[in-house]
Design a protein around this ligand. Structure first.
Ligand code: BTN
Length: 324
């Protein structure tokens, strides 16, 4: 899509009703004929735009294709200042990593319609069918020590949880460390990758996969844990660009808070979404039970705290948490 058509879309974003041809041509400094031509370009791409001679143009509906202009929210700096939308890729994380090595700026976002080789945690595969979900990777260049980098995953889980709540009014929960659940079924997963030296982070890639419009039939039969999508839980499809815009805005806000005030405020927000609040939990690692006790929050490094019956608090760095 050309620059003028993209700018017209941005104008529609802030306008529920009609926009006159004159207003658009003045805002964009182009002729009214040029506006008309670009409206037709948008229509060919699937945007339904009503035109009334006396009132101008009104956007009635838009296609569900990933569109940088709709996702960026007009952000000039920060997360979303550069958005790359791909038709297909092995993995948005791999693509973002490559772009980061080549010097892409902080805040670059890579999205794809589908992934051939979507990467999950612990070397697992992430199911990535075309045109239905969000596959997103964000390049961050924070001035932090490598040991602080895992804290950044908590930012993305809160951003996804907030975006789910804002767009659907559903109440997602976060299972430590960073699985997003709806009715105890996984709806989103996060995978961070990092390039660092001993005392310096070069960049971090926040990989975010959200099952938005996937149907039951599109989930593989042999999933290890039950999974769901927002469509299944909410009953109606979500526009992926609109969801991405909300999520990136939340991420940008959380990242700003993290830089100014440290991990504390993010940890507080994360705990509000945690599925283990006030509950007994059992933690296991590689199938073996490590500890059972009451969930006691997370510490400044994001480690899980479990209070045993003898009152001792055990700190867990990795494992699978089950609420009992
Ligand atoms: C998990 O196993 O829970 C993490 C899944 C992470 C999937 C996302 S989809 C976008 C990004 N690109 C990838 O290849 N993986 C992450």
């Amino acid at each position: 899509m050309g620059r003028t058509a993209g700018k017209i879309l941005s104008l529609f974003r802030y306008q529920q009703g009609f926009l006159s041809g004159e207003t658009i041509s003045k805002e964009l400094n182009v002729s009214r004929t040029a506006v008309w031509k670009q409206i037709n370009v948008l229509r060919k791409e699937g945007y339904v735009i009503e035109a009334l001679p006396s009132q101008g143009y009104r956007l009635l509906s838009y296609p569900d294709i990933l569109q940088p202009e709709e996702i960026s929210n007009g952000m000039a700096a920060g997360i979303g200042s550069k958005i790359v939308c791909l038709q297909e890729t092995p993995s948005t994380n791999t693509e973002a990593f490559k772009l980061a090595v080549e010097g892409s700026p902080h805040g670059t976002v890579v999205l794809a319609e589908m992934q051939h080789n979507g990467k999950g945690r612990m070397g697992r595969h992430w199911e990535s069918p075309a045109g239905v979900n969000l596959y997103c990777s964000v390049i961050l260049r924070p001035d932090i020590m490598p040991y602080e980098a895992p804290q950044l995953t908590f930012l993305s889980s809160v951003a996804v949880a907030r975006a789910i709540h804002i767009t659907t009014k559903l109440d997602p929960q976060i299972k430590w460390p960073n699985d997003l659940l709806l009715r105890n079924k996984k709806v989103a997963g996060l995978l961070n990758e990092m390039s660092a030296e001993t005392d310096k982070v070069n960049f971090v890639i926040l990989g975010i996969g959200v099952n938005l419009n996937m149907t039951e039939a599109q989930f593989p039969a042999d999933l290890r844990h039950p999974a769901t999508s927002l469509l299944i839980e909410n009953g109606s499809p979500l526009n992926r660009s609109a969801f991405a815009a909300v999520m990136l805005k939340e991420l940008d806000r959380l990242y700003g808070d993290f830089l100014s005030n440290g991990f504390g405020p993010v940890r507080k927000e994360w705990q509000q979404f945690c599925n283990a609040n006030g509950r007994e939990v059992t933690v296991s690692d590689a199938g073996e039970e490590i500890v059972t006790g009451r969930f006691a929050g997370i510490d400044g490094d994001g480690a899980l705290l479990v209070r045993r019956t003898d009152n001792e608090v055990v700190r867990i760095l990795c494992g699978d948490v089950r609420v009992v």
